[in-house]
Design a binder for this molecule. Structure first.
Ligand SMILES: Cc1cc2nc3c(=O)[nH]c(=O)nc-3n(C[C@H](O)[C@H](O)[C@H](O)COP(=O)(O)OP(=O)(O)OC[C@H]3O[C@@H](n4cnc5c(N)ncnc54)[C@H](O)[C@@H]3O)c2cc1C
Length: 464
């Protein structure tokens, strides 16, 4: 290998084996292979298949299920993190280990943007392979919708390019079919977009009108142009109380944004208690979305990823579902009640529900055009709760009880679940993540990984 191999006896092993989610403490891979090239990846895949050793690919290490860990070899692609932009072709070539903040930073310097997610340290590989929803999604689609070509090492240890002309079935599967299923991606080519003017907003309301706010938000967002993306959060902030907030990003001027926000504000009988509207450049906007405002790009990393990194890992659990259409008054009240329940049963931990708007460019793509099937949704709902390192196990268990209750009583399993918020507790996950695209995904899996080398608890099964 031109990269390096970390073994349990190596100095860095204790740190290198960790994932972003600090609840995964007991990770003991036999080796972590920091691959520096596609050839390195091919040698690792050849080695594990020849010796019958488990394997998993790892990019940013943010898998909610910890599926980028393996009892055998972790193929880590973080050394392949270069980002380059061709402004003539409007494309960006991104190494599979690049983290989102670095992708945005480099692409932004060429006055271009790639729609992606909010967390700065998420890896481009996991994000893209599972979809990739973010603040420019309604205007420019999911990250996977902008994928033109992928370089990937498949189970036979061969490097393939998958694009519209070559291995197009594999490209299709890599557009939302989920990370870790078809091989180890080493690079991505995306279409990028000329930078628009960018404006942001955040509106906060008293918790007493949280239900009205969510109701107004869902009516408003469906009437908005693609240029506006928004999310709506109803959170318990532990001992600090509740947060009812709508925020978003607009591709256009402040004046236009203010006039688009006017009907939303006037739908609320109560004035906001927090009201921010401002212009920003792309990287600063993404830093705000990433809660990295005021940090440099270098410090907007984990210390394990960048020596200047100032961010911390965190412990959390999550569950997702979708909203097909406007929720009724009764459903809105149930949503608010669900957040109150979290506070009642686990008063010291933070968590709640976040609604990410779909629609626009996301929903204009047919559900079978890419592996990403969720193309007719109003919004994705994510329920999360997080805890500090010192939280007693009873508190963590109370949060998990809440999440399970939510899954059974509030979320509608028929609406699906987002595969990038991969949920080890979900029973019918195949249908929830992939719907009618599952059979096609299984056929692609059988073609490129017939011996099921890339397998984990929720991997695409081989067609039988
Ligand atoms: C704080 C936080 C915020 C988030 N915000 C968003 C958001 O705004 N929008 C959104 O869409 N998602 C978001 N996510 C979810 C995120 O997209 C997924 O967790 C994603 O899978 C993480 O990718 P990763 O590369 O960091 O993780 P990893 O754990 O490295 O990988 C995730 C999966 O992909 C596989 N994989 C990794 N690298 C490769 C590779 N090179 N080739 C093939 N398979 C590979 C892994 O084996 C694993 O199964 C967020 C997650 C977190 C923790």
């Amino acid at each position: 290998m031109s990269g390096s191999l970390v073994l349990p006896t190596s100095a860095g092993y204790a740190m290198d084996r960790l994932l972003y989610n600090s609840k995964f403490v007991d990770l003991r891979p036999q080796a972590i292979a920091y691959c520096a090239s596609s050839d390195d990846v091919a040698r690792c895949v050849d080695f594990v298949t020849s010796h019958g050793i488990d394997v998993a690919a790892r990019s940013g290490g943010h898998s909610y299920g910890g599926y980028s860990n393996s009892s055998g070899v972790v193929i880590d692609v973080s050394r392949m993190a270069s980002v380059s932009v061709d402004t003539q072709a409007n494309t960006a070539t991104v190494g599979a280990g690049a983290q989102l903040i670095d992708v945005y930073n480099v692409i932004g310097k060429s006055d271009r943007l790639l729609p992606g997610g909010s967390c700065p340290t998420v890896g481009i590989a996991g994000l893209t392979l599972g979809g990739g929803i973010g603040v420019f999604g309604r205007k420019y689609g999911l990250t996977c919708d902008n994928l033109q070509s992928i370089g990937i090492v498949t189970a036979d240890a061969k490097y393939l390019t998958a694009d519209a002309q070559n291995n197009s079935d594999l490209l299709w599967a890599c557009q939302g079919g989920g990370g870790g299923n078809f091989g180890v991606a080493t690079s991505f080519q995306f279409g990028v977009h000329v930078m628009p003017e960018i404006s942001l907003f955040t509106l906060q309301y008293p918790w007493s009108v949280a239900s009205d706010m969510l109701g107004a938000w869902q009516e408003w967002i469906v009437s908005m142009p693609d240029e506006i993306w928004s999310n709506c959060q109803l959170l318990s902030e532990g001992t600090s109380g509740y947060l009812a907030q709508m925020s978003g990003v607009f591709c256009g001027s402040l004046a236009e944004l203010n006039s688009l926000l006017a009907p939303l504000k006037s739908a609320m009988a109560t004035p906001p208690i927090g009201n921010f509207v401002g212009s920003n450049d792309y990287v600063s906007a993404m830093e705000i979305e990433a809660s990295c405002s005021g940090l440099t790009v270098a410090s907007c990393h984990l210390p394990s990823q960048n020596p200047d990194g100032r961010l911390g890992r965190s412990a959390y659990s999550a569950k997702s579902s979708y909203v097909n259409g406007p929720m009724t008054t009764v459903q809105l009240a149930q949503i608010v009640e669900a957040v109150v329940n979290l506070k009642t049963h686990a008063p010291t931990i933070g968590g709640g529900l976040a609604f990410d708007a779909y629609g626009g460019a996301i929903n204009r793509i047919a559900s079978d055009q890419t592996a990403f099937v969720h193309r007719d949704k109003l919004a994705c709902i994510q329920a999360t709760y997080s805890w500090s390192t010192y939280a007693p196990t009873s508190v963590i268990a109370a949060g998990q009880t809440w999440l399970t209750w939510l899954g059974s009583n509030i979320f509608d399993p028929l609406t699906g679940a987002y595969q990038n918020y991969i949920d080890p507790t979900l029973v019918d996950w195949q249908t929830a993540y992939y719907g009618d695209n599952l059979a096609h995904l299984e056929r692609v899996k059988s073609k490129y990984d017939p011996a099921n080398v890339f397998s984990f608890a929720q991997s695409i099964p081989v067609w039988s």
